[in-house]
Design a protein around this ligand. Structure first.
Ligand code: 4AD
Ligand code: MG
Length: 431
């Protein structure tokens, strides 16, 4: 028998079908039992009239526990008032797997309880909507780069050295070769790939042993990192704004239903169009001063600072040219003022903070070697990376977009823990 999904019911109006799923909830009004079925693609109200079905079927539809797996059979009808717009005039039901005392009920549960039951919580309408939006964002990311002639060149996850500083490395034993580390970013390898293929992206999980307990930090998160040869900081910002516009506008067009389930105010997302405002670090500090923030010039921007800055704009803002001291070793200095790195962070609106970090890379061998030493990094581990400056070095630039922060912003969530099926955080590595 051909399997039918709730999302395809428009094709079956007037036909009798069987459809498998789970009991999302039930209602009863004496002679009628309503079973709301979910199958991951939508909800279907199945109506069991006492007079139309056998006594066994009628009794079963009363007893079924939430999340029991079943196959329902009946006639598909258009019903504008039903969730999804269709209804099943039901004739029969087969119980596949019973479910008694399902732990997640429509009442309010605490967040820790829900995270402990994350393997079940995923079945809730809101969580399903978030994961469908996450998937659409991933597809938009891939489509954007694929359509612009980028080659996907994935970087390794097990690496011999740090990329984003040594303080947040997860370490593991690696056979006879000593220690290996879970990568914090695929960037350094993406640079090698870009010098082979011109423009590339790497897209995969990255790891940070972050001690931060904020609503923006995971220890395992996904990052997409484009890298382009013969590109400078301005090219990098042009790419970032075109990319963000494409991703957000695509999700608005393709996942309107899910955004509605999440009650997202989409007017805030409709503004995400080029050009995005570009301000320097110095201009950002001016904004902080004007808003009465006691900010020490030269520091990195904190989460609260980012919120105040982004609140001045109705779309993401790009902050460029940070003090080199607060940024990574591989960033090129601004030739106009060596104190600054040719860096750019993109801050999302509505207090979502930094979603993109990027830069033009140091392409000069001697300067890069000096930075490796200044940062106390082991030169030996970076010999291959220095080779990229020894053999045909070129200006190049790239950035990394954090997937979970982007999902959190687009979905309007207050914590990144709901943006990934199974979040990993400082205090949680289960289920
Ligand atoms: O700014 P970051 O550290 O930049 C890099 O890793 C560069 N190597 C990227 C590049 O130029 N290719 O991280 C990039 C983005 C951040 O803007 C943020 O969105 C996300 O990764 N991110 C995190 N997301 C969730 N949890 C964490 N602990 C994160 N740390 C960074
Ligand atoms: Mg950053």
């Amino acid at each position: 028998m051909k399997k039918i999904y709730i999302s395809e019911l428009s094709k079956y109006v007037g036909q009798e079908i069987s459809i498998p799923g789970w009991v999302y909830h039930k209602r009863s009004s004496g002679k009628i039992h309503f079973v709301i079925l979910r199958d991951g693609t939508g909800l279907l109200q199945c109506v069991y009239f006492k007079g139309n079905v056998t006594p066994e079927v009628f009794e079963l539809t009363d007893k079924l526990g939430q999340e029991s797996s079943v196959i329902v059979t009946g006639l598909v009808k258009q019903e504008p008032r039903a969730p999804g717009g269709y209804e099943l005039d039901a004739k029969d039901i087969t119980l596949l797997g019973n479910s008694e005392d399902y732990p997640i009920t429509p009442k309010d549960h605490g967040i820790e309880f829900l995270m402990d039951k994350r393997h079940l919580w995923l079945r809730s309408a809101k969580q399903v909507a978030i994961l469908r939006i996450r998937h659409r964002i991933v597809k938009a990311i891939r489509d954007f780069f694929d359509n612009k002639g980028f080659t996907l060149a994935d970087s390794p996850i097990l690496t011999p050295a740090a990329c984003e500083g040594t303080s947040t490395l997860f370490e593991t034993d690696y056979f006879d070769l000593g220690k290996a580390y879970l990568t914090q970013s695929g960037q350094l390898y993406a640079e090698a790939s870009a010098l082979a293929l011109g423009k590339v992206y790497t897209f995969g999980p990255t790891f940070r042993a972050e001690k931060s307990k904020t609503r923006r930090h995971l220890t395992e998160f996904w990052m997409v990192e484009p890298e382009v040869a013969f590109a400078d900081l301005n090219d990098n910002m042009d790419l970032a704004e075109e990319f963000l516009e494409y991703v957000v506008q695509t999700v608005l067009a393709e996942r309107a239903e899910e955004l509605k389930v999440l009650e997202r105010d989409v007017t805030k997302l409709q503004n995400v169009k080029r050009p995005l405002p570009r301000i320097s670090y110095d201009e950002a500090v001016e904004i902080l001063k004007k808003n009465g923030v006691e900010f020490e010039y030269g520091n990195d921007l904190g989460g609260g600072d980012e919120t105040i800055i982004s609140n001045q704009f109705d779309r993401p803002v790009m902050v460029h040219r940070y003090p080199a001291e607060v940024k990574a070793f591989y960033m090129k200095r601004d030739p106009e003022n060596e104190k600054f790195a040719l860096a750019v962070d993109v801050l999302a609106p509505e207090g979502y903070g930094e979603i993109i970090g990027g830069s033009q890379r140091e392409d000069n061998y001697d300067l890069l070697l000096g930075r490796i030493h200044e940062h106390n990094l082991p030169q030996e581990a970076f010999e291959w990376y220095l080779d990229l400056r020894r053999y045909g070095t070129v200006p190049h630039a790239g950035f990394g977009l954090g997937l979970e922060r982007t999902v959190g912003w687009i979905c309007g969530l207050d914590h990144v823990r709901e943006t990934i099926p199974f979040a990993r955080m400082i205090y949680r590595n289960t289920p």
